[in-house]
Design a protein around this ligand. Structure first.
Ligand SMILES: [Zn+2]
Ligand SMILES: [Zn+2]
Length: 433
C-alpha cells in the first residue's frame, strides 16, 4: 500500500499559478510539480502556497510560462532542491524570471542571486529519457505540445504512478507536434491535468489561419500596417511560421522579448515540428533593437509581431499608440485576453487606458483563436484514455466551467473519476500495490 498526499498549492479552481506538491507519506520528502505565479491588475505577484524547500526531493518544471515557473526562484534560498526540465525550458525560464523582476521586482521574493541558484541546481532532461532519482523513484518525460520545450511528467514513487500534464495540447500546430497520448500508460494511479478550455471547442486551425492571412493581406494591400501582439514564448514563434508558410512578402518586424525567445528556440530545433521552416521564418523577419529603427517604421505597410500578448506593456504598446489612430491599420490579437487587460478592454469597449492616457482605437481590431491548449474534445479524449479507477484531478481551470464539464462527462460517458480540487486542499490517496 502506498499513501500519496496531494497538496494543491496553486491552480485549484483558477487558471494559472500552477503548483502541486505530491508526497508518499512514508517518505521524508516529496515532489513539486511547477511553482507558478499569477499577477493581479496592478502587476503584483500572487504567489502559490508555501512549501519548505527541505521537504522537496525534486521539482519538475513543465514549461517556461510564468504561471508555471514564476515563483520557483523563491525556493532557492536554503536547501535548494534539484529541478528537472528540458534545456529549452530552463533557458526560456531565465528570460521570463528577469522579465518578471523588471515588471514587478519590488514585490517578488527573489532576486538575481536566487535565479542563478535555480540554474545551479537544474538537471536538463530529454523526452523519453528514464531518470532514476532513487532506487524507488523514477520519472520520465514526454512532449506536451504546448510551447517549445514543454513536458508531461510520468513519476513513479514506490510503484505508484502519477502523471502531471502542465499545460498541454494534443492537437498539432505549425510550430509543434501535439502531445502523443499513445506514449502515456493507461493504468496510472493519479493524473493531475490542466483544464483551461474545458468548455471551449477550438475552431479548425486551417480555418483560423485562412481568415488570419486574409485579414493581413487585405490590410497591407490597401496600404495599412498590422500589429500582432503575441505571447513571448510559443505564440510569437507560431505566428512567424504561419506568416512565412503562407508567403506573406511584406516586411515582418519582430520586437521586444520575442526577438530573444526566437533566437533561444532556434538553438533547439529538434523540439519543433518543422525546424527548417522555423529557421527560415526567423531569418526572413527583421529584428528591431533600437528606438531610431522603431521610429522609422510604418511609413510603408509592415507587419509587427511583438509582446505583450494582452497589451500589458512591452513594445506592442508603443506600436498600438502609433498604429491605433489610423483606420487603414489593423490590430490582431492572437491569445486569451484576461479581464482588466488593455487587450480585453479594446475588444469589449474599443478603448483602453495605457499609462493613464486613453487610447481610442480607430484601426480595425480582430481576435483569432491560436490557442496552444487542448480544447474540450482533446481534454475528453485525454480523460477517456485512462482506466476508470485512475484518480484524475482537474486544475488550472475556472471552477464554474470545470463543474459544468464534470456534469457533461457524467452524462455523456458515465465518467465519475474526475475531481476539481480547490487551493490549499490536501487529498490522501491509498494505492494498493
Ligand atoms: Zn498555464
Ligand atoms: Zn503555458
Amino acid at each position: 500500500m502506498v499513501n500519496l498526499l496531494i497538496k494543491i498549492l496553486g491552480g485549484g479552481g483558477e487558471v494559472g499559478r500552477m503548483a502541486i506538491f505530491v508526497k508518499d507519506t512514508a517518505m521524508d520528502k516529496g515532489f513539486l510539480f511547477d511553482y507558478g505565479v499569477n499577477f493581479d491588475e496592478n502587476d503584483r505577484p500572487v504567489m502559490p502556497g508555501h512549501v519548505r524547500p527541505r521537504d522537496i526531493m525534486a521539482v519538475f518544471l513543465s514549461h517556461s510560462h510564468l504561471d508555471h515557473c514564476g515563483a520557483l526562484p523563491s525556493l532557492y534560498v536554503t536547501s535548494p532542491p534539484p529541478v528537472y526540465a528540458t534545456p529549452l525550458t530552463l533557458e526560456l525560464a531565465d528570460i521570463m524570471f528577469k522579465d518578471a523582476i523588471k515588471l514587478s521586482g519590488y514585490y517578488l521574493p527573489y532576486e538575481d542571486e536566487e535565479i542563478k541558484a535555480v540554474f545551479d541546481h537544474a538537471i536538463p532532461i530529454t523526452y523519453g529519457e528514464d531518470v532514476d532519482l532513487t532506487s524507488d523513484v523514477r520519472a520520465y518525460f514526454l512532449n506536451a505540445g504546448h510551447v517549445p520545450g514543454s513536458m508531461i511528467t510520468v513519476l513513479e514513487v514506490n510503484g505508484a504512478r502519477v502523471v502531471f500534464t502542465g499545460d498541454f495540447n494534443l492537437a498539432p500546430s505549425n510550430l509543434l507536434r501535439g502531445a502523443d497520448l499513445s506514449n502515456i500508460p493507461k493504468d496510472v494511479d493519479v493524473v493531475i491535468m490542466e483544464g483551461t478550455y474545458v468548455m471551449n471547442t477550438h475552431p479548425p486551425r486551417e480555418e483560423v489561419e485562412r481568415e488570419f492571412i486574409r485579414v493581413i493581406r487585405e490590410t497591407v494591400e490597401s496600404g495599412g500596417s498590422v500589429l500582432i501582439p503575441v505571447l513571448t514564448i510559443g505564440r510569437a514563434q507560431e505566428i512567424l511560421i504561419t506568416l512565412y508558410k503562407n508567403g506573406i512578402d511584406y516586411p515582418i518586424i519582430v520586437d521586444g522579448l520575442a526577438r530573444i525567445a526566437n533566437q533561444v528556440v532556434a538553438k533547439y530545433p529538434h523540439y519543433l515540428a518543422d525546424p527548417g521552416l522555423y529557421v527560415k521564418a526567423v531569418e526572413s523577419s527583421l529584428e528591431v533593437t533600437a528606438d531610431y529603427q522603431r521610429r522609422s517604421l510604418t511609413k510603408e505597410p509592415v507587419i509587427i509581431v511583438s509582446p505583450a500578448g494582452m497589451l500589458k506593456g512591452g513594445a506592442a504598446v508603443y506600436y498600438l499608440k502609433r498604429l491605433g489612430r489610423d483606420r487603414k491599420n489593423a490590430v490582431i490579437l492572437t491569445s486569451y485576453q484576461a479581464p482588466n487587460t488593455p487587450g480585453f478592454e479594446l475588444l469589449t469597449r474599443g478603448r483602453t487606458f495605457i499609462d493613464k492616457s486613453e487610447v481610442v482605437l480607430e484601426a480595425k481590431l480582430y481576435w483569432f483563436d491560436f490557442s496552444s491548449h487542448s480544447g474540450r474534445a482533446e481534454l475528453e479524449a485525454f480523460i477517456r484514455h485512462f482506466n476508470p479507477d485512475t484518480r484524475i484531478f482537474l486544475v488550472h481551470t475556472e471552477a464554474i466551467k470545470a463543474f459544468q464539464f464534470l456534469d457533461r462527462l457524467r452524462d455523456k460517458y458515465g465518467i465519475d473519476n474526475v475531481h476539481v480540487p480547490i487551493n490549499d486542499e490536501g487529498i490522501l490517496i491509498s494505492i494498493k500495490r
